[in-house]
Design a protein. Sequence first.
Length: 251
Amino acid sequence: MRKKFVAGNWKMFKTIPEGRELVKAIVKKTGKKTDVDIAICPSFAHLPMAVELTKNSPVMIGAQDVSVREEGAFTGEVSASMVKSLDVTHVILGHSERRHFWHERDWLISKKIRIALRHGLDVIYCVGENLVEREIGLTNEVVLSQIELGLRNIAGEALPRITIAYEPVWAIGTGKTATPKQAADVHKSIRSWIADFYGKDMGDTVRIIYGGSVKPENADKLMKLPDIDGALVGGACLEADSFMAIIAAAK
Ligand code: PGA
């Protein structure tokens, strides 16, 4: 049985004081034990505070990116080793906003995945087709090629440390969610690709979560599906009650 995983991607929202209140509220509502893995992924600026406030809580903290370089004269970059040294556990890589606005390509994301794993960070690897790709029937080709290129040179042993987030680009921040059937179909083909490439055990082990306008109102239907192992939540994670309602739906 794969444990469900719900991660909140804060993107570039919340001041530090606002972030502190939100982390505190999530920690309080989560309590000491949870049946669902929970991660909060705020901006780099929030990370030290968020790690500190979650010290005695099962809530984990993730970053939203790391540099592709180990260290050096790269103004503005934040390295995987810096993030890891804060006791951050996860990093989101390959998010469609980074692919789109910063032109991150699969080869770059694949390098970032390897650097993150090497430094002991678990990875939430985002893949997903845009609207045109869906409309012309290329969803599977696009998603599976992102999987293949992103996971290139990743050995099977490392795979349990990677969570795949299927996020159709047309569903992110738009209020449009994939129907449970659309999501389930793509999750199924990702899982069978993993099973073909890494073996059936790995196909059964790897967690594939869904992202794209997940809200308390639709979480239940999505989380019920056997191939959907949780959610990557954007907008609805910026408020403790709606984030907790999605976590409750995952239980
Ligand atoms: P959304 O964002 O829930 O606001 O659609 C999801 C994401 O970008 O990870």
